[in-house]
Design a protein around this ligand. Structure first.
Ligand SMILES: [Zn+2]
Ligand SMILES: [Zn+2]
Length: 142
């Protein structure tokens, strides 16, 4: 199944193959600043080769936020679109920029250690202080 997403102004449009059915809410300080929100929410691609820009790709904004991760955004409206880890070995789209219905089986909270004080994580949701186990090869830099 493919998914389509786009930015606020419509300049950027992307398509992906299957996405993980569990979303990551990332509470790291970079996500807080970048999204202007308590956390950023990501859906990771099962196969990064399925990602493609339908429009705007040649003009995508890129900010290298740490030694191993970059954030791709629309340079016209500022929408955060993709997190690129290790030069693209892992790609995750910002779940709220998807234009089609996403089947979600659950959510994880990561970087709970830097959670903003006025947002509470629900008791029944999984949380990790830093990276979740499947990303523990990375060293937190925030
Ligand atoms: Zn835009
Ligand atoms: Zn983050």
């Amino acid at each position: 199944m493919t998914h389509k997403g786009s930015c606020l102004c419509g300049k950027m449009q992307y398509e992906t193959g299957e996405l993980t059915s569990e979303l990551d809410h990332c509470h790291c300080t970079f996500c807080q600043k970048f999204h202007g929100a308590p956390f950023g929410t990501y859906a990771a691609l099962e196969d990064v080769a399925t990602f493609k820009w339908i429009s705007g790709g040649e003009d995508v904004g890129r900010y290298q936020s740490s030694s191993h991760s970059a954030r791709l955004f629309c340079n016209a409206c500022g929408s955060s679109l993709v997190a690129e880890i290790e030069g693209g070995k892992i790609l995750a789209v910002t779940a709220a920029t998807l234009d089609d219905e996403l089947k979600v089986d659950g959510v994880h909270h990561m970087f709970a250690r830097s959670k903003i004080k006025w947002f509470d994580i629900a008791e029944n949701e999984t949380k990790y202080e830093e990276y979740p186990p499947y990303m523990d090869q990375f060293t937190p830099t925030d």
